[in-house]
Design a protein around this ligand. Structure first.
Ligand code: URA
Length: 442
């Protein structure tokens, strides 16, 4: 294989053969192809795209780069959910323990922050001591014992995605339907699932702001799942504003704990419950969506879901005392309230500006080597469409220095726009996509 020739062919609009994709992906995972060549190939793919055959070859090679979880001896259904990426999206932190507390196994392999979006692994690692790099054996044993493990890609499990994901994040090569689909589905199909629910984000803060692209991404992932015998249900959910209030790693863990205690913002609860209901129906633990909602309410009201999170945190080396004392999570040195400069209607709370703002405060990466500061971010109570008075609190900035507070202020000034009227925001859950087709829900 002469890598520059493959890059050149893709750059000039040609097609790569499945065996060429396999060879380069496996060589990259093993360190035989350097980052700079893979980055150039990914950029060529960004501009030229991949056809269906190239996409499935990419996914297959990424899966082949590591081993798969073998959970086939477990008596219960094994269901996961994955999001295409959002801001303030902490639904995984709620759903993994909630659904596992209802008797469904949840093997959950997640990602780190990607582009302007946050990542479940970075959020989990804000819990003091929490370890996401589980071995295959540890993950399998933990899932058999407590029904859930929340883990990262490692040198053992989808190492090609671990490396390519970090490289795409640092080289602005994220927003390509086949690369997103191959990345997500390589992780999910390595988990030994009996079903998968996808949260495909819609709107200005998603990687693919056009509805036709979001539907195409959902279909691509459903097709990859079907080809591997894994039923997939995708829900299209709103990402034209952040989900919930908290945006930033430790802040989001605290908000997820609030939901598991029976509180939390209504938009976050609605999206989480819609995804959870799809998971429970897919698992057959619930016969209908209404029955699934009742099961989830009971899981939260009984305290079982919170207890399950405590169990997962303890099993993975984290400090379980954060459930009762969330102030044990990392805290920023400064909290400053941000208020409305005028009376009016909130026209927009722009998720991209907020996501990049968190990165500017240190809560995300600007390059592959950077460490993430878990404490910083925003708690934004303003939502598009609400009426606000001059001086009313819109958000809180969490930062470590006066200079960073000023950065936070200017981020919020551009992200939160107040006017005299507002367009209605996207419905929180708008479409359901399965192998049978697309159903519009709202
Ligand atoms: N989530 C992933 O796991 N991969 C992507 O490429 C985008 C979102």
């Amino acid at each position: 294989m002469i890598v520059p020739r493959l890059i050149e062919r893709k750059r000039d609009g040609g097609r790569l053969e499945p065996k060429e994709i396999r060879e380069i992906v496996l060589a990259y995972a093993e360190g035989r192809v350097p980052d700079y060549q893979m980055a150039a190939l990914l950029m060529a793919m960004y501009f030229r795209g991949l056809d269906g055959g190239e996409m499935s070859a990419m996914m297959d090679a990424m899966m082949e780069s590591g081993k798969k979880l073998d959970l086939s001896r477990l008596p219960m259904a094994r269901i996961d959910k994955h999001s295409t990426g959002g801001v303030g999206d902490k639904t995984s932190l709620i759903l993994a323990p909630l659904i596992a507390s209802l008797g469904v196994a949840v093997p959950m392999m997640s990602g780190r922050g990607l582009g302007h979006t946050g990542g479940t692994l970075d959020k989990l690692e804000s819990i003091p001591g929490f370890r996401t790099a589980l071995s295959l054996d540890e993950a399998q044993k933990q899932i058999a014992r407590i029904g859930c493990a929340m883990l990262s890609q490692t040198d053992e499990i989808v190492p090609a995605d671990r490396k390519m994901y970090a490289l795409r994040d640092a080289t602005a090569t994220v927003e390509v339907i086949p690369l997103i689909a191959a990345s997500i589905m390589s992780k999910k199909l390595s988990e030994g699932l009996t079903g998968l629910v996808l949260d495909v984000k819609r709107g200005s803060g998603s990687f693919l702001p056009k509805l036709e692209d979001e539907l195409a991404l959902a279909k691509a992932m459903i097709d990859l799942g079907s080809a591997h015998g894994c039923p997939v249900v995708a829900l299209l959910t709103a990402m034209d504003r952040p989900l919930g209030h908290a945006c930033g790693n430790a802040l989001e863990v605290a908000e997820a704990i609030d939901v598991l205690k029976g509180g939390g913002p209504p938009d976050l609860i609605e999206v989480t419950f819609a995804l959870g209901a799809a998971m429970l129906v897919l698992s057959t633990a619930a016969a209908t969506l209404d029955a699934a909602h009742a099961l989830m309410r009971d899981g939260i009201n009984s305290g079982k879901a919170l207890l399950k999170l405590e169990e997962i945190v303890a099993a993975q080396g984290g400090d379980p005392r954060i459930m009762r004392e969330p102030t044990r999570l990392p805290q920023a040195r400064h909290q400053e309230i941000f208020t409305a400069k005028r009376e009016g209607i909130v026209r927009s709370v722009e998720p991209r500006a907020i996501g990049y703002g968190i990165i500017a405060l240190g809560g995300g990466r600007r390059n592959m080597e950077e460490r993430v500061d878990p404490a910083v971010g925003f708690v934004i109570t303003a939502k598009p469409g609400i009426h606000v008075l001059k001086g009313q609190t819109l958000a809180t900035i969490n930062a470590h220095s006066e200079a960073d507070l000023a950065v936070g202020r200017s981020v919020l000034e551009s992200a939160i726009v107040i006017g005299d009227s507002a367009e209605p925001p996207l419905p929180l859950v708008s479409h359901r996509v399965t192998a049978r087709g697309v159903e519009q829900l709202a």
